[in-house]
Design a protein around this ligand. Structure first.
Ligand SMILES: Nc1ncnc2c1ncn2[C@@H]1O[C@H](COP(=O)(O)OP(=O)(O)OP(=O)(O)O)[C@@H](O)[C@H]1O
Ligand SMILES: [Mg+2]
Length: 234
């Protein structure tokens, strides 16, 4: 289980997370919802140990071990992977190079490039294309596939469906369901409530750096009004 307890994070003097807490149990898909600028990316970055924002109070633990204070590569070694918002690919590297760069040939465990291509056949067709030659949907698939190469147990996905056409969003929902079936835990940042409900077991809503709502996804499906006021959707 991932446990985030009372996290306070700052960009310089700007205090952006105000005591956020959540947890992700093993094998769960948990959606983190909230409008623009509410702190979703800041919370994901705080969990991943990135340098900014700086965590000044609170703790993150994973399977009982404290992650707070560890560097991102040390957190990745504990089988936590990040799919960053905006995809962050290398324009001049090919699809295959993106998938192999994180993984020295000597490392045998975890996902192989062939397995990643099995999950994303489209990437196999594009394997020699460079990052800047991919469509938005292909880039997003590659960002997810790349995260899998470290053989994660937990994947932090920051708005993977952002900017995708509905058919691609559906495809991504199918991928998330497959990863869950394979036993992975996922913390999924989403702006689209219905896309989140399609895949999540539970949801949290973040508002100005604090969790203001938490529910089982199934309960929201019966009463979406309970949640929509936090998200400004109708
Ligand atoms: N690098 C930064 N330096 C200073 N302030 C920042 C920085 N990045 C984000 N912020 C501020 O922190 C707050 C939370 O931003 P964050 O990116 O975490 O929001 P978000 O919920 O991910 O939004 P979005 O849905 O638009 O991605 C916002 O007020 C934002 O302006
Ligand atoms: Mg964000």
């Amino acid at each position: 289980m991932l446990e985030v307890r009372d996290i306070h994070s700052f960009y310089g003097e700007a205090h952006v997370l105000h005591g956020a807490s959540l947890n992700v149990r093993d094998g769960e898909v948990v959606a983190l919802l909230g409008r623009n600028g509410m702190g979703k990316t800041s919370l994901i970055r705080s969990i991943m140990g990135l340098a900014s924002p700086q965590v000044r109070k609170g703790s993150v633990t994973w399977r009982g071990e404290t992650l707070t204070g560890l560097k991102p590569h040390e957190i990745a070694r504990r089988k936590i992977a990040l799919v960053p918002q905006g995809r962050r690919l290398f324009p001049s590297l090919t699809v295959t190079e993106h998938l192999t760069m994180l993984k020295p040939a000597s490392v045998k465990e975890g996902w192989t490039v062939e397995q990643a291509f099995g999950l994303f056949p489209r990437l196999a067709e594009r394997k020699s294309n460079r990052g800047n030659e991919l469509s938005g949907g292909e880039r997003q698939m590659l960002a997810v596939a790349r995260a899998l190469m470290i053989d994660p147990d937990l994947v932090l996905m920051d708005e993977p469906s952002e900017g995708l056409a509905p058919v691609m969003v559906q495809h991504l929902e199918g991928i998330i369901a497959q990863l869950k079936k394979a036993g992975l835990s996922i913390l999924l940042v989403e702006q689209n409530l219905y896309s989140a409900l399609a895949v999540a077991d539970r949801v949290y809503v973040l508002e100005t750096g604090k969790v203001v709502f938490e529910s089982e996804a199934a309960a929201i499906e019966k009463d979406p009004a309970a949640l929509t006021r936090f998200l400004g959707v109708h």
